[in-house]
Ligand binder design. Structure first.
Ligand SMILES: *Cc1c(COP(=O)(O)O)cnc(C)c1O
Length: 353
């Protein structure tokens, strides 16, 4: 740290992304990426001509992409905000709506507490219940920014839409942000509720379900007024936040949405396979509606399993936090990857005996 950093940021604890080691080729089940490539149309849309056009600024309004998403969700383009990954939207939401503080769960996406700190916002951390379900009553009548991931990460648990609606109704004077990074893997989206609740900010991403984590493309669906707020912040920071190639890729991906739906179905089938194999090995696995599962074994602790799998070339995610240190988060990859994962886990359990 330099002596120049302002005092407010000196204690900032930055988010730790999942490791991306380059020392050897790993089976990567640690950052919830898709095992499938982007659709064919996306790949062929990035032509040499488009690359030559990189000398020009991109469309700050992202008209084509917005129009495509508006068609997909049957909303107006004015109900859609596009961002350089959904993380940017989360940051903007804390910046814009966190004046009275922000409420989020103790076990959830690690970035929420970072954004609260970054923006100097008081965090009200509401512990999940013993079984890792959301304390819905705890989120009612907060009248501060409410931030919930549905399905939650890293647990994979789904929050029923009726509970979200109760939280929306009891927080009429504050924004409720629902982070749907994983909703395409079997969850139910709250997009429909944005028509009736002007305080609902639904945040989504192309990173997980749409095989584009590296393109950096996230979006929000909400009332026109909320979207206008986000636009104001964008035009006050970085108007060209979605680069040309990503706008093209995103627009094509929306046109080819059926391909991604099929991929999500495959992931869900691979998830069922992995859960049943892990259960045969004695693991307990939380019921997941995401492209990852959260699992623990009574034969080996979470950290050891993570380390031994890494030695064997398989990366999973371990969080050294008291409530969840027994668990690991395992991204669901291709069937072949999950078979190797199960083989390696079986080997490790055999060695541990
Ligand atoms: C991965 C993830 C995001 C961020 O996705 P990007 O669009 O890649 O920035 C947001 N929320 C949750 C819960 C995530 O797991």
């Amino acid at each position: 740290m330099s002596k120049f950093l302002c005092q407010r940021l000196q204690t900032l604890e930055a988010y730790t992304p999942g490791e991306q080691p380059r020392d050897k080729k790993y089976i990567k089940l640690n950052t919830n990426e898709s095992p499938f490539p982007p659709s064919q149309g996306v790949i062929s849309a990035i032509t040499a001509g488009e690359i030559e056009d990189l000398r020009l600024y991109c469309d700050p309004e992202c008209k084509a992409l917005r129009q495509a998403l508006a068609g997909l969700y049957q909303v107006k383009p004015e109900n859609i905000y596009l961002a350089n990954g959904s993380d940017d939207i989360l940051n903007f939401a804390f910046m814009a709506y966190g004046q009275a503080g922000a409420a989020f769960a103790d076990i959830t996406y690690g970035f929420y507490s970072v954004f609260a700190q970054l923006n100097g916002i008081a965090a009200d951390v509401i512990p999940l219940k013993e079984d890792f379900t959301l304390d819905v009553d705890g989120f009612c009548n907060q009248n501060k920014l409410v931030v919930i991931a549905n399905p939650n990460a890293p647990t994979g648990l789904e929050i029923p839409l009726s509970d979200i609606e109760r939280i929306l109704k009891t927080n009429p004077n504050s924004v409720v942000l629902i982070d749907e990074a994983y909703v395409e893997f079997g969850g139910i989206s709250c997009v429909e509720l944005t028509r009736n609740y002007s305080n609902l900010l639904c945040v989504k991403t192309f990173s997980k379900s749409h095989s584009m984590a590296g393109a950096r493309l996230g979006y929000a669906i909400a009332s026109e007024a909320l979207i206008a707020d986000l636009e104001t912040i964008k035009y006050s920071t970085n108007p060209y936040n979605i680069n040309r190639l990503t706008q093209i890729a995103g627009t094509k991906a929306v046109e080819e949405n059926d391909y991604y739906r099929e991929n999500c179905k495959k992931i869900m089938a691979n998830r069922d396979y992995t859960v049943s194999e892990l259960e045969k090995l004695g693991f307990s696995v939380l019921p997941s509606k995401a492209n990852f599962i959260f699992a623990k074994s009574d034969k080996i602790d979470g950290l050891s399993l993570y380390q031994k799998l890494k030695e064997k070339g398989v990366l999973i995610r371990h969080f050294e936090k008291p409530r969840i240190r027994d668990y690991n988060r395992i991204t669901i990859g291709s069937r072949a990857e999950m078979e190797i994962f199960i083989t390696k886990v079986t080997e490790i359990l055999g060695e541990a005996l």
